[in-house]
Design a protein around this ligand. Structure first.
Ligand SMILES: [Zn+2]
Length: 308
């Protein structure tokens, strides 16, 4: 089926009390692993492209791969921009066919974050495409102690003002997780999640989720988390598969053997996350509601999209 928007899948997740996994894809094998997992689990799924993935694979290439795979799939698939850097990049991604955008202005002063996010929301909503923004800082592993992390967390009252001022569709919050954590020891501030959800009413997004414990997910999802980003755990599984094959047979010259094993292990991680997040078996929630993405954005000219 055609790509759907994140608004459709996250609304269904919020109503159903589960979270949708947003998995970072870097190459063809990741796209295959993630979509095959979603089909086997009958789950809605978000594939997202980070800045690194865009640089590595190329924007148009990512869109073509994900769109082809989504069209052949029977479950709803979203193509999302992860940590969009500015207005221009969001315009380019919208025009290329992304069905969900993100602007990460969390390092900017509040007013500047509001200004740029609002501009992107206005532009994207004109094409029916939703936008995720970020408030509060989700740090990188090694940058801060757990005590310092507390000071970077999202302030619920500020989140309320931010959502009112920008009209954003979902919000990435800093509630205890850390990017690129290789061990599961992050502690989520559940009361903070509940408060932000209560004051904003929109689906909340958890970044840096590879470091969160299973218990953390189980408490965070009913509190208001509807989208959970997973990248590091997929990279660990993928490289483990490659290493496994090459260590066993150092003379192997067929790249499909190690890459294929990486794909298989990545798929297993995606499936396990879907079960943990509660989105397995929920593909129909989205399919029964709202219209599928129409491709309208692709037909607009650069000039139309660039106007303020
Ligand atoms: Zn992130």
């Amino acid at each position: 089926m055609p790509l759907v928007t994140s608004k459709e899948v996250l609304k269904a997740a919020q109503a159903g009390g589960y979270a949708v996994g947003a998995f970072n894809a870097n190459n063809l094998e990741y796209v295959q692993a993630i979509i095959e997992a979603a089909e086997e689990e009958n789950a809605p799924v978000i594939l997202q492209a980070s800045q690194g993935a865009i640089k590595y694979a190329g924007l148009e290439q990512i869109v073509a791969m994900v769109r082809n795979a989504a069209e052949a799939a029977t479950v709803p698939v979203v193509l999302h921009l992860d940590h969009g850097t500015d207005y221009e990049q969001n315009v380019r991604c919208l025009r290329a066919g992304f069905t969900s955008l993100m602007f990460d202005g969390s390092a900017l002063p509040f007013e500047e974050n509001v200004r740029i996010t609002s501009k992107i929301v206005e532009m994207a909503h004109a094409c029916g495409i939703p936008v995720e923004a970020e408030l509060g800082k989700v740090p990188q592993a090694g940058d801060v102690s757990f005590e310092e992390l507390k000071a970077l967390m999202t302030d619920p009252e500020e989140a309320k003002r931010f959502v009112e001022l920008t009209g954003v569709d979902s919000l990435a919050v800093s509630v205890g997780s850390i990017h690129r954590m290789k061990v599961q020891e992050a502690k989520l501030d559940i009361d903070r999640i509940k408060k932000i959800k209560e004051l904003t009413g929109i689906p909340l997004v958890l970044h840096g989720a590879s470091g969160v414990t299973d218990e953390g997910y189980r408490a965070g999802i009913p509190a208001g988390i509807c989208k959970i980003n997973i990248a590091t755990e997929l990279n660990k599984a993928f490289t483990r598969g490659i290493r496994e094959v090459l260590e066993k047979n150092p003379n192997e010259v067929d790249p499909r053997k190690p890459l294929g094993r990486g794909r298989d292990l990545t798929k297993e991680v995606v499936k396990a996350k879907m079960r943990l997040f509660g989105c397995s078996g929920k593909a129909g929630d989205t399919l029964g509601r709202g219209a599928a993405y129409t491709g309208k954005a692709e037909k607009l000219t650069e000039k139309e999209l660039a106007r303020e």
